[in-house]
Design a protein around this ligand. Structure first.
Ligand SMILES: C[S@@+](CC[C@H](N)C(=O)[O-])C[C@H]1O[C@@H](n2cnc3c(N)ncnc32)[C@H](O)[C@@H]1O
Length: 305
């Protein structure tokens, strides 16, 4: 379904932040229901990013879209097991609820403890920050690598906002440091108005959560909009339904806005933000996983001059 829309982009971004704050509670449950993540993080993805960090000699890392901790919890576990004395890792995200989940997940994986209300960890610092606020929060020339992985970047919708966020990420990097970000491989169908064929309603499975049965559904709508980075805005509505004695009730309805874009656009954005040596990064994964991951993801790496 393609429509036209007249709403200011900032309110779509606000809706999306609000959606993560509501959906954060269900995020891991939905992935578990779908069988897309067996645990808190995907080990192959965490291993692949750990390799990138090690092979670039990066020691001070920021994952600025940590969500509930995939893949950064896996990365931290691996790096601290092998080279703890040299590494420092910070995880940040715009959503308070995703941060709460990330802290709980880090505790569950043995990376930290809760002292009164505070999460304390020797190996992973977790804090709230928007991409726009990174320089204010962390200062300039700090990190060896800034990661923004898990497809959050497309929520910024416009080219200007994406370039500005990449500039923030670059600002907090030391000269010679790397930004790594990813997006879905939207252009595999040569049509940005679809994800994997047309899916008017997507059944995302159900899960037993204590004495509750939760069900997950989503729908997608596309809007032609010249303000979007490649001319298309996507709205994904996620619904969380709970089955009770009297039938189904809607626990959450979340609006996630984003703008799909092509791999060539992702490269352009990184160049336009002032990064050098920009290229698509081919992650090192077992071959059968690699094939699926490469089919669905574009990962870009660029260097701060
Ligand atoms: C799809 S989730 C990915 C989370 C995690 N890395 C994963 O793969 O499961 C995208 C994340 O980006 C965060 N996010 C979206 N816009 C943001 C912004 N402007 N600044 C910081 N984080 C943002 C969301 O709160 C969300 O946790």
């Amino acid at each position: 379904m393609v429509k036209n829309m007249l709403v200011d982009l900032d309110s779509l971004i606000k809706d999306t932040h609000a959606a993560y704050n509501v959906f954060g509670k269900y995020y891991d449950l939905m992935y578990a229901a779908q069988g897309r993540k067996a645990g808190i993080y995907r080990p192959d993805v965490a291993d692949a990013f750990t390799d990138v960090i090690s092979s670039t000699g990066s020691k001070f890392i920021l994952d600025c879209a940590c969500g509930t901790g995939d893949p950064i919890i896996g990365v931290a576990l691996k790096l601290f097991a092998s080279q703890s004395e040299h590494m420092r890792i910070i995880a940040s995200d715009a959503s308070d609820e995703m941060i709460v989940k990330c802290k709980n997940n880090a505790i569950e994986e043995g990376l930290g403890e809760k002292h009164s209300d505070n999460f304390e960890s020797l190996s992973l610092e977790i804090t709230r920050s928007c991409w726009e606020e990174l320089p204010e929060k962390f200062g300039s020339n700090r990190f060896d690598m800034v990661m923004c992985v898990g497809h959050g970047f497309f929520h910024l919708i416009s080219r200007e906002k994406m370039i500005s966020a990449l500039r923030s990420m670059t600002e907090v990097l030391k000269p010679g440091g790397y930004v790594v970000f990813d997006v879905k491989r939207w252009d595999k169908n040569d049509d940005l108005h679809q994800e994997k064929g047309v899916e008017p309603v997507k059944w995302r499975n159900w899960v037993q959560d204590g004495d509750k049965r939760l069900m997950f559904l989503s729908t997608s709508t596309w809007f032609d909009d010249q303000r979007a980075v490649d001319g298309v805005i996507q709205l994904k509505n996620f619904y969380v339904l709970e089955e009770g004695l009297l039938g189904l009730q809607t626990n959450a309805r979340c609006l996630f806005w984003g703008a799909p874009f092509r791999a060539t656009t992702a490269l352009e954005l990184a160049f336009d933000a002032g990064l050098t040596d920009v290229q698509e990064l081919i992650l090192n994964m077992p071959s059968e996983k690699n094939e699926a991951y490469l089919r669905d993801n574009v990962t870009i790496i660029g260097k701060k001059p």
